[in-house]
Structures are given as structure tokens and as C-alpha cells.
Design a protein around this ligand. Sequence first.
Ligand code: GTP
Ligand code: MG
Length: 457
Amino acid sequence: MAPSSRSSSAPCPPTPELKADRATLVALATPWGRGAIAVLRLSGPDARALVQTLSPGGPPWRPRRASLRRLVAGELVDEALVTWMPGPRSFTGEDVIELACHGNPVIVTALQAALVAAGARPARPGEFTRRAVENGRLDLIGAEGLAEVIAASTVEGVALARRALDGSLGAAASALRTALLDWTAELEARLDQPGGELELAEDAVVLAGLRAAAAQARQLADSWRAVRPRLEGARVALVGPVNAGKSSLFNQLVGEARALVSPQPGTTRDAIERRIQLGAVELLLIDTAGERDGAEDLEAAGLAIGRRLADQADLRLVVLPLDRAAPPLALPPGPPTLVVGSFADRPRHPAAPAVALAFSNADGQGIAALRDALEAALCQQPVAEAGAIVVNERQYALFVEIAEACEAAAQALEGWAGPAIAAEEATAALTALAELTGEDVREAVLDRLFARFCIGK
Ligand SMILES: Nc1nc2c(ncn2[C@@H]2O[C@H](COP(=O)(O)OP(=O)(O)OP(=O)(O)O)[C@@H](O)[C@H]2O)c(=O)[nH]1
Ligand SMILES: [Mg+2]
């Protein structure tokens, strides 16, 4: 999912050069537009004083209690339900105020402008959450879970994203860190005291420990394969020979005549994409150019695009016609495949290819079964009922890095490279773990991460 699709369409403040400033932030926390209510959120040391400038007097302020206040911003007058959540027991750890005013962009703009004139600074995307992380109210893993809770497109996706908030991934990372610290200390002791009087664990024990750490990191990384289609949707590429009925099937699945269909081989050149909901999964269906020998120029260029997209897909839906002899289709290694046979309305050719199921674009037979098979293929990997899972690409990539570093450490210890290299690799795994939890994470990574949030979150 493109990061920009998560952002609000409200006017975006320019990226300021300020880094760790403690200005009081203000932002619209609800979507930009007209609605019954809009919520403006403030966080920072001056939150209450700033609201007070718009609304002198009023009922006494009571923590975590909503109060009705008359707000005046120049010519504008509105009434808002105002909730004060003093820090540190607030979302950001700072003083937070939420103003629920009437949901008219004119009101929102006037109130926000008055608050900015009084000294608040418009928040950048994700800046409230970033402050929560900086103030220790949330760790980076929790912040990422929150982003997914907001972005998930299915109920199952929300449930999975919530699992990132329950602390299980943080606990798994912390257990991995403790183990790795032990093994790294063991390896370093071998360097400091070769043959010395320090009591060292057997190499075999350290080796087993490093391998177990690698396996655990690998298992966590692998959970992404099952979680991703449910959280972010899957990419499915239609591939096969020319005239197999790929575009016809694409049209069937998207529910409209979107792609050009003709008996002429090589009809599809440019890849066509459509997002569809298939049961519990949202998927991006991609129709590609059909394979044939002797394709020239533009057709060959189209084929190259299609092959690249198919290579990046989560699943290749291979369409082979059953009324012809099996074509010599050598699929390159890549994502998993589901092989289906079209033209089931016609007599089957004796040398027809073997397929998982038969269907017809002409009379619709087998299409419902094909949808089910497609959904099942995408959700084939069940997500474990409980326990740690990763919920985004960053976490996945870091666990792959950790697993590879642990494997390299084990190999070094076992082989000729020795404990010095093994210690280096184990330290690299620890660095990646620290980046995962946010203990040691570069500013640029944080900037990229929080830019994916909506403004006001
Ligand atoms: N009888 C029958 N005709 C089909 C079926 N599927 C497709 N056709 C016809 O076969 C021809 C080719 O269909 P397309 O959907 O364009 O095939 P394609 O695989 O997209 O072909 P390229 O874009 O050239 O790679 C069209 O005339 C379709 O109407 C089917 O299941 N049964
Ligand atoms: Mg086509």
C-alpha cells in the first residue's frame, strides 16, 4: 500500500528542519472535510494555555474529563467538547488536549490558525506517535502496530495489527537479545582470554545457541509471508501463453470488461492492474502479455514488463487452455503458482496440460471454484493463533538480517573463520535488534517510518 494513501488530504505543513523541539503541536486528528464533528489535537507543555487563549474562563479543568467550552477565534465562535489529558499519563506522555468542534473545514481552519498564532506548531505526519515513542509511552514496534491498525483494510487485518500492540513481538525480541548478549560475551571471552582461566562454555553449546537464535529470527521473518496478504493485500499476476483467456479471466474477476479481449494472439501488451476484494483478502490482480515465440519489439517489451511484475507477485495464476496441446511453457523460478485450465466448455485435447482446476470464460463454469482456490492459495499459510508476528516490511527485513547474521556467526565459529568473526556477526545481529525496537535507530529511519502515519496521529 502506498504510504501516501494513509495520509490525510489536509494541507500538509512544510517539512521543518527542527528535530527534537518541544513545541506544542496541533493537528486535525479526524479526516479533512465536512462532518458532524472534527477533532483537533494538541500535545506539548503549552497545550492548555493555548486553548485558554481561545477560551478564557469556562468550567474548571479536570483531568480526563470532557468540558463544553466556547471558543473564539477572531470572528469565529464555536462550541467544543474539550478533554484535557495531562502528561505523563497521556498518549504522547505530554499534556494533550482534544477539541471536538463542529466538523466544518472553515471552523477547523480558523481554530487551528488561532492556535498556531498563539504559539502552537502544526504537527507533521505521525509526530504525536513519535513523541509517544520518544517519551517512552510506546516502543517502535507498538507504534508500527498502531499504524497498521489504522491502515488495515479487513477486520482480520485489524486483529493482526493489534497483536503488534500486545507486546509479544517486543518480548520475543528481548528474549533474542538476552540470548545473543550471552553468546556474544562467550565469543568475546575467547578472544580476551585464549586458553585463560575464564570458564568458557563448550563451542557446541554456543553453536547450538546461535543456531536456535537464527531459527527463531527466521521463524519471525517467515510470519510476514502469512500476515502480509491479510494486512497489505496480495499481488496476483495472470500469466500464460497467448490466447489462453487471461484477459477474459481478469475481466471475470474484476467484474467488468476492463481488459481488451480478442482472438488475436498478443492482444495484451501493457500490464493492467485492478484491486479486488476476494473473500477475506484484498488483492491487486495484474493481467500480463501472453507468452509466445517470436514476439517482436513492443510485444517483447510488454512481455518483459509482465515477467518482472509476475516475479514480484505473491502468486502467479497460470492460465493454460485445455482445448489445445500443453504449450511448452517454462516458468522461471519465482513466487508460488496456481495452475488453472481455461476453455473447459470445449472438448479437452488429449495432450492438454495438467491443471489444478478447469474453468470456462465462455459459460462461467468453474469460476466460483477458481475464486475459492485463489483465496485459499493466498491464505494458505495460517497465521499462528497467538504469539509474535511481524506486521511490516521493516520488521521482516530486520529479522532476515538477524537470522543471517546469527547463521553467519555459527558458520564462523564452526569453520576456519573463528570466534573473532563470529563475535562480529553476533554483534551485527544485536545492532539489527536494537534498530528493531528503536533503542538504536537512525533519525532517517524514524523520519521514514513516521512519514507513513496520518497527520494528527
Ligand atoms: N470458448 C472459450 N473462449 C474463450 C475462453 N477464454 C477466452 N476465450 C476467447 O479466447 C480469445 C482470447 O482470449 P483473451 O482473454 O484475449 O486471451 P489472453 O490470454 O488474454 O490473450 P493475450 O492477451 O493475447 O495473451 C478471445 O476470443 C476470448 O473470447 C474460454 O474459456 N472459452
Ligand atoms: Mg490478454
